[in-house]
Design a protein around this ligand. Structure first.
Ligand SMILES: Cc1cc2nc3c(=O)[nH]c(=O)nc-3n(C[C@H](O)[C@H](O)[C@H](O)COP(=O)(O)OP(=O)(O)OC[C@H]3O[C@@H](n4cnc5c(N)ncnc54)[C@H](O)[C@@H]3O)c2cc1C
Length: 343
């Protein structure tokens, strides 16, 4: 009989990230599909009681934890030791965890220490013909593969936005704390602070409800024959900050900044959506001044509802790639939208 261990780590405030609840939902669904596999939860953090309480009603057989100052921050040596201890105690056949930079750093090494195998960036799990099959994408999201393995324990690291987050009432959870001895060699790496970009520059928001894409049209000569880059910057930033949408770009627009042309100052290659860019998962997307060519639109494959604003009624979006195309000047449209947002 399979045994599942769900791993999660706390955030700075002691709560669990959304991905942890999504992975819990994945673990519960898999446990049911396997005919009632036992579920254990393993938590890592400075103090995990509040996190454990939030999962009290999930039906886990037990909640294990590795806690203390040494486990407050992301650090390969202490996190790998914590995960190894949790896996050895729970003795699972399957280990499920959310994708986070913290887990992406430590789980491959921990899987090796546990003589396990690991699959990352999982986008689907099912049980078919008695075997567990997982799905992931390869080669820059161009090929999807379905995999199965006989080796156990099998670590499955789930991408965010694939499963709905588990929801249940908080309660009072019993937590069994495990001892993990950390030597001074482990403590050589210390987190001394976090450097994050200013709020204006922080435009990539994976959990946003809306993806707003700016294409190269924003940096092109407009109907009056002039460039309007500063106005474009203002309209886009006002919309992003007002709506809390995530900002994406076409390749053409981000390439312009690399080539030293005058362009939108806050746009980098990290914003690029498409075949050679990102493939984010947002419920809705709005494309502006972007032609909607296939190498760009392929990055929209997980965006459920798509709209585009383009002057060209014959642009790529109008050829079945968007649900709604507004044939209009994006400068005028976004000015109006921002005014409505402000109101
Ligand atoms: C191997 C390969 C990989 C690639 N990978 C990617 C990728 O990952 N991502 C990506 O984006 N591209 C990628 N491309 C490039 C892609 O094919 C296109 O060249 C690119 O997406 C075009 O960007 P764009 O639509 O912003 O610019 P353009 O094609 O220049 O389109 C600008 C659009 O803006 C519109 N416009 C202008 N002014 C206004 C206005 N005022 N209001 C409304 N609309 C206006 C115009 O009508 C036009 O449709 C790749 C290409 C190759 C060959």
């Amino acid at each position: 009989m399979d045994k599942i261990l769900l791993l999660a780590h706390t955030q700075e405030d002691g709560s669990l990230p959304k991905g942890a609840y999504e992975s819990l939902n994945a673990a519960l669904r898999l446990a049911a599909d396997l005919g009632g596999a036992a579920l254990t939860v393993g938590l890592i953090g400075k103090d995990v009681q509040a996190a454990a309480d939030s999962l009290a009603a999930c039906g886990a057989a037990s909640i294990l934890a590795v806690t203390g100052e040494d486990f407050a921050d992301s650090r390969y040596s202490s996190d790998a030791a914590a995960v190894t201890t949790l896996v050895k105690q729970a003795a699972p056949t399957l280990v499920i965890a959310p994708t986070s930079s913290r887990f992406s750093r430590c789980l491959p090494g921990a899987a090796y220490r546990c003589d396990g195998r690991i699959e990352t960036h999982i986008t689907g799990i099912k049980v078919a013909d008695g075997a567990i099959q997982v799905q992931r994408w390869y080669y820059r999201q161009r090929m999807v593969a379905t995999l199965s393995r006989a080796h156990r324990p099998w670590f499955l690291v789930i991408d965010s936005g694939v499963f709905e987050p588990w929801q249940g009432a908080a309660g009072s959870a019993n937590v069994q704390t495990l001892d993990v001895a950390i030597g001074d060699d482990c403590r050589r790496t210390k987190v001394i602070g976090v450097e994050s970009p200013g709020s204006d520059a922080q435009t990539i928001r994976p959990d946003a409800k809306l993806l707003f894409v700016a294409g190269a049209g924003w940096a092109k000569k407009q109907l009056d024959g002039q460039l309007h880059i500063k106005q474009a910057e203002g309209l886009i930033l006002d919309f992003i900050n007002g709506s809390k949408a995530s900002l994406g770009s076409s390749k053409s627009l981000v390439d312009q900044s690399g080539e030293g042309q005058e362009t939108l100052g806050f746009m980098t290659h990290l914003n690029q959506i498409g075949q050679t860019g990102a493939t984010p998962r947002h419920p809705k997307g709005l494309s502006t001044c972007c032609h909607g060519e296939e190498p760009h639109v392929v990055g929209w494959r997980f965006v459920k509802e798509r709209r585009a604003v383009n002057l060209d009624a014959n642009c790529g979006w109008a050829r079945g790639k968007a649900d709604v195309v507004y044939v209009a000047d994006a400068f005028e449209v976004m000015q109006k939208v921002n005014a409505l947002l402000g109101a």
